[in-house]
Design a protein around this ligand. Structure first.
Ligand code: NOJ
Length: 558
């Protein structure tokens, strides 16, 4: 395989709205990114992925695009965007942007024309979206064609009286799905993608990429995900984009395809796939659901962590891509809870468990994506009121929980444990109340723990979570960890995360207790020949003894 620029990428995801506010209006912005590029560089980041920066009514924080060619005034102007590109490129850093192709905002001019029978271009744009006349129920009353459920809860069909038709939206009702079978629509999107490439972006993260094709027979089902997710034809659309745009421009393109199967993996992101370069699939992200919980079901039901499931998932995906592509390493993004709260313990073992999570993930082969704030151990929200939340999904789901019979307190707990706002609070740069994110009241409340958890404080401490990330990411570079070999040891053990890594100049042994209790275990090797390289507790003389979340990295020269 010919070496590509992105084979040693260390990616950092910037949730633009919450990263750094430069113009003091309480919202993160593009100039804010520029201020923090040197910080990112010092972390050994060489690629940033910026979440949607496009003009949008912000029903879903920018994933509802109103104008693909315009930067949201919340974030700046196109000149600010060019400044980000220039500032990043000056520092040898690459810039990826989100590409939202499954839907637009209902305020996009295409949809305004599509839903208005009197609009001069109605005929042309109506078919850019997915419409249905509805069906008759047994009392001859019109109803939506299916009971499919949107990813944000609630029906996928929205009625438009002026047309006497329903449109499909698999996310919020302000995000109508585009009709990918319409070639004119596809040409418009390709024109837009070419425009951003021409401007100088180095790649994309393709949002909701496995949803582009739908089952146009519209069979009834509930929730019906199989009829609007991962249908074979979406691969044809992706190939069309790759052949015409992604490949000729040597971009790094990351596809989001939740639930991708082993078979699909190489189709998406194998070296010769002609679709993407990297895949995000989330298999390890909800390894702690409680299937018995009917009040706040699905991802909202927090249960016990199934550690073997996480390890098997890592092992499986690493094996799939071995010599055939690159695996993508991430604990979470803006759609899951903060990992230290989710898989670690943010109450009693904050620092230790955050480091344990870093040791266990970032010595694995593949291309890492670090989510903003992860490197200082930012935690889930500590909100007490429903109106402190901002995410569109929170409000539909809260009502669902109450309808299911959950109490307000239980519903609030589910939100605090699992909702997406957990991962969207302002970056905690310093100990001041708004965390140095903004002098203005932020668009979403800052976590109150910013005094204890912030960049400035951790910069001063050599052993902080932040400096641990720095060390690990620097090691990734010097030891070419992206291409290391990994062996999972005792993979079915529900408490330990033990791996052996063969890197460029050393072998590494990561030994971690993933649980909140002290354990005594048989060690996989005689450790006399190994040198203790990093540890997250006070060193002690009982190598078989692991305190809660204790983790150690040993190494041995090759
Ligand atoms: C996936 C994005 O990550 C999520 O934040 C968004 O709500 C949906 N796609 C819809 O665009």
């Amino acid at each position: 395989m010919e070496k590509k620029w992105w084979h040693d990428a260390i990616i950092y995801q910037i949730y633009l709205r919450s990263f750094q506010d430069a113009n003091q209006d309480g919202i993160g912005d593009l100039q804010g990114i520029i201020r923090r590029l040197d910080y990112l560089k010092s972390l050994n980041i060489n690629t940033i992925w910026i979440s949607p920066h496009y003009d949008s009514p912000m029903d879903d924080n920018g994933y509802d695009v109103r104008d693909f060619y315009k930067v949201s005034p919340d974030y700046g102007t196109i000149d600010d965007f060019k400044d980000v590109l220039a500032a990043a490129h000056e520092r040898d850093m690459k810039v990826l942007v989100d590409l939202v192709l499954n839907h637009t905002s209902d305020e996009h001019p295409w949809f305004l024309a599509a839903k208005d029978p009197d609009h001069p271009e109605h005929e042309h744009y109506h078919d850019f979206y997915i419409w249905h006349d509805g069906i008759l129920d047994k009392n001859s009353k019109k109803k939506p064609p299916t009971r499919w459920i949107s990813w944000f809860g609630g029906p996928v069909w929205q009625y438009v009286p002026a047309l006497d038709q329903y449109y499909l939206h698999i996310f919020s009702k302000k995000m109508p799905d585009l009709n990918w079978r319409n070639t004119t629509m596809r040409e418009e999107l390709k024109k837009m993608i070419a425009w951003w490439i021409e401007l100088g972006v180095d790649g994309f993260r393709v949002d909701a990429s496995n949803h582009l094709e739908k089952n146009w027979e519209f069979p009834d089902a509930k929730p019906g995900y199989e009829h609007f997710s991962s249908l074979p034809k979406h691969h044809e659309y992706l190939k069309e984009l790759a052949r015409e745009l992604f490949i000729p421009n040597d971009l790094l393109v990351i596809g989001e395809a939740g639930g991708a199967t082993r078979k699909e993996a190489l189709q998406y992101a194998g070296f010769d796939s002609e679709e993407f370069n990297l895949l995000i699939q989330f298999e390890h992200c909800w390894a702690d659901t409680d299937d018995q919980n009917v009040l706040t079901p699905g991802k909202w039901a927090k249960g016990i962590i199934d550690l073997p499931k996480i390890k098997h998932s890592f092992a499986k995906w690493i094996e799939i891509f071995k010599n055939r592509g690159y695996h993508t390493l991430y604990w979470h993004n803006h759609d899951q809870p903060r990992v230290v709260s989710h898989y670690g313990n943010d109450k009693h073992h904050h620092e230790r468990s955050a480091k344990m999570l870093a040791y266990t993930l970032y010595l694995l082969p593949g291309i890492p994506i670090i989510y903003y704030g992860e490197e200082i151990g930012m935690t889930n929200v500590d909100y007490t009121e429903l109106d402190q939340f901002r995410d569109v999904e929170v409000f539909t789901e809260y009502n669902n929980f109450i309808r299911n019979g959950a109490s307000h307190n239980l519903a609030m707990q589910a939100l605090k444990d699992r909702c997406r706002d957990n991962a969207r609070t302002p970056m905690q740069w310093d100990p001041t109340p708004n965390g140095g994110f903004s002098a203005h009241q932020p668009w979403i409340d800052t976590n109150r723990n910013t005094k204890a958890i912030n960049v400035t404080t951790q910069e001063k401490d050599d052993t902080s979570i932040l400096n641990t990330y720095r060390k690990l990411l620097s090691l990734r570079k010097s030891e070419d960890i992206a291409n290391a070999e990994v062996t999972f040891i005792d993979i079915d053990n529900p408490r330990t995360f033990f791996v052996k890594i063969a890197a460029k100049t050393h072998d590494y042994l990561v030994l971690a207790n993933f649980k909140g209790e002290t354990i005594h275990v048989d060690l996989p090797e005689d450790l006399t020949a190994w040198q203790l390289y990093l540890h997250n507790t006070e060193p002690h003389h009982h190598p078989q003894h692991f305190e809660p979340y204790e983790a150690r990295i040993y190494r041995k020269a090759k």
